[in-house]
Design a protein around this ligand. Structure first.
Ligand code: NDP
Length: 246
């Protein structure tokens, strides 16, 4: 039997990149999966259609993670269409890189709104629907722990914040049999961080494995944490980074 058969998952920011790989993987492992996106409607609907045609169950929902009403509505829609939620994956995230002296506060606020507040509001809205065996998995970043280039301080702040939130909520939700973990990717080939150009070359030199992750590499760690057999893993931040943090 598929390891996630009968489970219902919601992935935020699932239309592209790492989120799309997580949607594909959880669906292939047998879960019914809803995912949100903010603007890429055509991409999102094409992804859902492709996976549904392969015989799985996937639902695309427009919801900006910075809008708490939209996040709550997405969770309600997931429960209504797919049934009680078992797995929440907080993947939606944005990055802005700029030096301290030029860093726009609008970008600071946007990163906090999506990467931190959006994660919190999704967990707050999902928690009442999660039962024994529930899973909350947040995509942080290895930049929470290692920042080898300038300009990434605010992004790092947001990813360190969700690692802390993970530990605190693991404590709070553990008695209900719900695990809470963070996966911290290293450089991963997506629109946010293309595997090309001089920036990518310098990143590769920092990694013992010497190459970028593919989104599926991150999805496989998420899929493992989502499985019933990962029931004793909680409050951790898993580095899936090709050794970036070494
Ligand atoms: P992409 O920019 O390639 O994709 C982002 C996805 O999130 C898209 O599906 C996008 O949907 C969605 N999204 C963006 N903003 C919002 C929002 N406000 N509300 C809802 N959905 C939103 O990013 P990645 O796949 O690279 O990154 C995914 C996660 O992984 C992020 O949290 C990122 O910080 C983290 N990460 C990425 C690394 C990398 O090297 N790529 C390394 C470490 C961590 P739409 O197109 O509709 O806007």
């Amino acid at each position: 039997q598929a390891p996630l058969a009968g489970r219902v998952a919601l992935v935020t920011g699932g239309s592209r990149g790492i989120g799309a790989a997580i949607v594909r993987r959880l669906a292939a492992d047998g879960a019914a999966v809803a995912f949100t996106y903010s603007s890429a409607k055509d991409t999102a609907e094409a992804l859902a259609e492709e996976i549904n045609q392969a015989g799985h169950t996937v639902l695309a929902i427009q919801a900006d993670s910075a809008d708490e009403e939209a996040v709550r509505a997405a969770i309600a829609e997931t429960v209504q269409h797919l049934g009680a939620l078992d797995i929440l994956v907080n993947n939606a995230g944005v990055a802005h890189v700029a030096p301290l002296e030029d860093f726009p506060l609008t970008e600071f606020d946007r990163m906090i709104a999506v990467n931190v507040r959006g994660v919190f509001t999704a967990i707050q809205a999902a928690a009442p629907h999660l039962g024994q065996g529930g899973r909350i998995i947040t995509i942080g970043s290895i930049n929470a722990d290692r920042i080898p280039v300038p300009g990434v301080g605010v992004y790092s702040l947001t990813k360190a914040a969700v690692a802390g939130l993970t530990r605190g909520l693991a404590r709070e939700l553990g008695p209900r049999g719900i695990t809470v973990n963070t996966v911290q990717p290293g450089p991963t080939e997506t629109d946010m961080n293309p595997d090309a150009g001089p920036f990518a070359e310098s990143m590769k030199q920092l990694m013992p494995l010497g190459h970028y992750a593919q989104p599926a590499d991150i999805a496989s760690a998420v899929a493992y944490l989502a499985r019933p057999e990962a029931r004793f893993i909680t409050g951790t931040s898993w580095d899936v980074d090709g050794g970036f943090a070494v």
